[in-house]
Design a protein around this ligand. Structure first.
Ligand SMILES: NC(=O)c1ccc[n+]([C@@H]2O[C@H](COP(=O)([O-])OP(=O)(O)OC[C@H]3O[C@@H](n4cnc5c(N)ncnc54)[C@H](O)[C@@H]3O)[C@@H](O)[C@H]2O)c1
Ligand SMILES: O=C(O)CC[C@@H](O)C(=O)O
Length: 338
């Protein structure tokens, strides 16, 4: 039997738990079809308590969905991630539990690419420090001499959706575009006007190294002490992907010892980065994980999530499942039969 969305006074609406901030539009639209409940996913105890009745769980990046959460949620049918990264969801455990997992893979890629370009230009022209000094009543023009981006080489680590958009947006700046991505051929990169290099060569060549890989066990610490030792002292690093891909202790040392010129970071191993020295270094520009923080991106993510959760409870195919295996041999829960 599949739960239907037809309004009925006798059929209880499925319980949908929202555990991270989402656009009001999403919450309002869901109210008609679901018994919408909210909790703060970053508060583990609150999440474990609230998830007990949940049949659908809508999250962003602050909610960690692991085996413990799944064990506490016997009625859960779908986890919908209103964004790209699934590093906070144990997708294999969800599959074993017969829980569908969907994300919104294209919802915010333009926003992240634009933030990346903005951060690169901010570093080259010292924009945060220059703006802060004018706000403080100063007029220190000579202290803020920067560099042109034109003519520099930009190394893109990870040539997926966001990496490709960053390349497209930077091309008009007359930069040399380089990439490393083991799952992309040199021919594919070349067709996008980008040269493919091994990682070490990319790090050693780049004036800007920008990270666009998912966080997985294989990419955790991908840019560490050894890689940073290969970099030119003029290199600037950008991470708008995930904390932990860059070894923050090694990065802090490289910056403090002027072995690289600067860094721009939107993401941190621990968020907020209360114990990290990085936000306090003059050569670092930090933003509070705002890559997806635009009205357009949040709206797209909301639409994708709405479609997915409605589809799941209407018995329609749920598009873009991150765990299609849940539909085949390993799907004990009846809602999965779409
Ligand atoms: N700051 C934010 O708010 C924000 C928003 C959206 C996405 N993100 C992050 O950006 C990441 C990338 O997003 P995307 O949409 O481009 O994903 P994507 O899956 O389209 O691309 C990721 C690319 O990384 C490549 N890759 C995997 N392992 C690699 C390795 N070891 N070395 C080099 N390349 C490797 C893959 O082959 C793929 O081409 C997401 O996983 C997410 O963590 C952050
Ligand atoms: O949930 C968020 O706000 C961040 C989203 C972003 O990191 C993503 O991976 O889509």
């Amino acid at each position: 039997m599949t739960t239907t969305m037809t309004a009925s006074t006798t059929t209880p609406r499925p319980v949908l738990l929202i555990s991270d901030p989402l656009p009001a539009r999403l919450t309002a639209e869901l109210h008609g079809d679901f018994d919408v409940r909210q909790c703060r996913g970053a508060d583990r105890a609150a999440l474990l308590d609230a998830v007990r009745d949940a049949e659908a769980l809508v999250i962003r990046s602050a909610t960690k969905v692991d085996q413990e959460v799944l064990d506490r949620a016997p009625r859960l049918r779908i986890v919908a991630r209103a964004g790209v990264g699934l590093d906070n969801v144990d997708v294999e455990a969800a599959t074993r539990a017969g829980v569908m997992v969907v994300n919104a893979p294209v919802s915010n890629i333009t926003s992240v690419a634009e933030l990346t370009v903005g951060l690169i230009l901010s570093m080259f022209r010292n924009l945060p420090a220059a703006a802060a000094s004018v706000r403080a009543g100063e007029w220190r023009r000579a202290d803020f001499q920067g560099s042109e981006l034109s003519g520099k080489s930009v190394g893109i680590v990870g040539f997926g959706r966001i990496g490709q958009l960053v390349a497209e947006r930077l091309a008009p700046f007359e930069v040399e575009l380089l990439t490393h991505d083991p799952f992309v051929t040199p021919e594919f990169a070349y067709a996008h006007g980008v040269a493919w290099l091994p990682l070490d060569e990319l790090v050693a060549t780049a004036d800007v190294l920008t990270i666009h890989v998912p966080r997985t066990p294989a990419t955790t610490g991908l840019i560490g002490e050894r890689e940073l030792a290969l970099a030119k002292p003029t290199m600037r690093l950008v991470n708008t992907a995930r904390g932990g891909i860059v070894d923050e202790a090694a990065l802090a040392r490289a910056l403090a010892e002027d072995r690289i010129a600067g860094a721009a970071l939107d993401v941190f191993a621990t968020e907020p980065p209360v114990h990290s020295p990085l936000p306090h270094l003059d050569s670092v520009v930090c933003t509070p994980h705002i890559g997806a923080g635009t009205a357009e991106a949040q709206d797209r993510a909301a639409s994708t999530v709405l479609d997915a959760v409605r589809g799941a409870f209407l018995g329609r195919p749920v598009h873009g499942l991150a765990n299609p295996a849940v539909l085949t041999g390993n799907a004990p829960k009846e809602a999965v039969a779409v």
